[in-house]
Design a protein around this ligand. Structure first.
Ligand code: KIV
Length: 294
């Protein structure tokens, strides 16, 4: 189904997301990391775009999200901003850029708003991070929380695995989510949580919950663009649905180019600029004679 042209849709606001939740209209969120992808996801009609720290793996070639820096994400977020008209833009605070103090968290959040034009920021973790979220909200920047599997602290969580699989661990996820809600977050991502646990938690939530591997009962869903489009063929979590095989399409295109150049089948006349014959003649008259090798 095609969506309304970009110019015809009103920019998505926090109020709009809360209305969608109240009306039971699913919220669609996706990641993007560059200008052309931003234009595509906007034209496709998504509601929220996240410049995730997953950029570390998807576009920057790091093994995990740990090394990606604020400056790297700001450059990507600014490019995404330039490509968006309608969706809400959320910038992900990378590991080490917000945990140390409220001052650090506020300063980093302000950079995402001022330098990259983000509408909001996202941070991972409940507990102490709820205080950071509260501080950022009080400093004027809307915050999206993120609980369950939080890749920045995956080692402490026992690796990249589903969270909340015992009653105690599920209770912890609920407590984290409630702490972030109380801190003033406008929305929360639930990542890799059993669907039954999500169902049990949802009745306590008063803000939009966006799921990724958290079952169907959340208010919206988010996927990583490169996972759903098949732009890479690396590890694919259980919760990913692949909607395209873009890597195969890209590879076929580049292989065809390589083949054409090697066979001298490219460029053809239609790819080549012309010059008036008399100008070419005049040029030849001006050129020095060919040098002959001794
Ligand atoms: O960085 C990211 O892409 C994320 C999403 C998986 C929610 O945090």
């Amino acid at each position: 189904m095609s969506s309304a042209p970009r110019g015809d849709r009103k920019p998505v606001t926090l109020t709009k997301l809360h209305e969608m939740r109240a009306l039971g209209e699913p919220i669609v969120m996706i990641t993007a990391y560059d200008h052309p992808s931003a234009v595509v996801v906007d034209e496709a009609g998504v509601d929220v775009v996240l410049v995730g720290d997953s950029a570390a793996n998807t576009v920057l070639g790091y093994e995990s999200t740990i090394p990606v820096t604020v400056d790297e994400l700001l450059m990507l977020a600014a490019a995404v901003r330039r490509g968006l008209k309608t969706p809400l833009l959320v910038g992900d605070l990378p590991f080490g850029s917000y945990e140390a103090s409220d001052e650090q968290a506020i300063a980093t959040a302000h950079r995402f708003v001022k330098e990259a034009g983000c509408d909001a920021v996202k941070l991972e973790g409940g507990g102490a991070m709820a205080d950071r979220a509260r501080a950022i909200v009080r400093a004027g920047v809307p915050v999206m929380g993120h609980v369950g599997l939080t890749p920045q602290t995956a080692t402490a969580l026992g690796g990249y695995r589903a969270q909340g699989r015992t009653a105690e661990r599920a209770r912890q996820v609920l407590d984290d989510a409630l702490a972030l809600q109380d801190a003033g977050c406008f929305a929360i991502v639930f990542e890799a949580i059993p669907a039954g646990v999500t169902d049990a938690i949802m009745v306590h939530m008063e803000i939009p919950v966006i799921g990724i591997g958290a079952g169907p009962s959340t208010d919206g869903q988010v996927l990583v663009l490169h996972d759903l489009l098949g732009i890479h063929d690396g590890f694919q979590p259980k919760f990913v649905k692949r909607y395209a095989d873009v890597k195969a399409t890209m590879k076929a295109g580049v292989e065809a180019y390589v083949d054409d150049v090697r066979r001298r089948a490219f460029p053809l006349a239609e790819h080549t600029y012309g010059i008036a014959p008399e100008e070419l003649e005049r040029l030849k008259e001006q050129l020095p004679p060919h040098r002959t090798m001794a």
